[in-house]
Ligand binder design. Structure first.
Ligand code: G1P
Length: 288
């Protein structure tokens, strides 16, 4: 059973400057919810209860967001706005939140390592809230099903990407053992163009065993001089079964301005309140 999810959230968000000068990029809204809340809701929908958020300097807004906002709740109650009151209350009631600091930006592997003591000796999920996925069944739920069915030590979400984009991702080499399910034999973080073993990229959802922690510790700095999670999972391949799963859903790279805008438009179009107005606007501007 997967009970805990780790959310690396200590990055500087430099791609979104100046918006992220004093606010965390994880708090940028996807329509009306911060990116990280979408990730937390996905984990919750997969039956995960404990959310471990790896933060850093300037990230207090994340803690405040998932905490009880006594003043705001009192105000909404006084106003008799029951709907907004329960919307606000539901955020802090949704799960149990734990925070740990990553004091230096040493890479994704290092961020996950920071959660080691809170995770303990059990398998856990990792969710990168930059990777927004619109799917019928929440992706983490899809992955847990695969994890159980194939008795794997680890499951990574994967997706085919255009050949010219492989250098932006961790890329796997694997053989397909069932539709969309790959037994991974090798993987490489941000391969040089022409050096990628496939066009199957790792997307920001992982199920990992606790044995990943000592492997991260042993990992040397890799691509970009950072401690890469991909390199530690590669070491796991020596003794464990690692599965790549091509999930059902549309993924947006909300870590870039363009991907973030596309995710916002896609989600807003589906929103019953603002969708019709947005569609009419796009039509008028001949944009759709
Ligand atoms: C991270 C991982 C990479 C993965 C990507 C997915 O890279 O290191 O393996 O493909 O997330 O979004 P980053 O985007 O942090 O450079």
């Amino acid at each position: 059973m997967i009970r805990k999810a780790v959310f690396p959230a200590a990055g500087f968000g430099t791609r979104f400057l100046p918006a992220t000068k004093a606010s965390p990029k994880e708090m940028l809204p996807l329509v009306d919810k911060p990116l990280i809340q979408h990730g937390v809701e996905e984990a919750r929908a997969a039956g995960i209860r404990d959310m471990i958020i790896v933060t850093g300097r300037g990230k207090n807004a994340i803690e405040d967001h998932f905490d009880v906002s006594f003043e705001l709740e009192a105000l909404l109650e006084k106003k008799g706005d029951g709907k907004l009151h329960s919307l606000v209350r539901a955020i802090s009631d949704m799960a149990d939140f734990f925070y740990v600091r990553q004091s230096l930006p040493l890479g994704l592997g290092h961020a996950v390592l920071c959660a080691m003591d809170m995770v303990g000796e059990e398998p856990f999920a990792v969710i990168l809230s930059d990777d927004v996925i619109d799917s019928k069944v929440p992706v983490m739920r899809q992955m847990i099903k695969v994890y159980e069915k194939h008795s794997a030590a680890a499951v990574l979400a994967i997706q085919k990407v255009p050949k010219e984009h492989v250098s932006k991702y961790g890329i796997i080499e694997g053989r397909e053992i069932a539709e969309g399910v790959y037994e991974i034999v090798d993987m490489v973080e941000k391969p040089k163009p022409g050096k990628a073993p496939s066009d199957l990229a790792i997307i920001g959802r992982y199920i990992l065993p606790p044995s990943i922690f000592p492997l991260i510790r042993k990992t040397k700095p890799g691509a970009g001089g950072e401690l890469q999670l991909t390199d530690a999972i590669r070491a796991l391949l020596a003794g464990e079964r690692v599965i790549g799963y091509a999930f059902e859903g549309v993924r947006y790279d909300a870590g870039t301005k363009l991907g973030f805008l596309m995710a916002n438009i896609a989600f807003a179009m589906k929103d019953p309140e603002i969708g019709p107005g947005l569609r009419a606007f796009l039509k008028k501007e001949r944009m759709s």
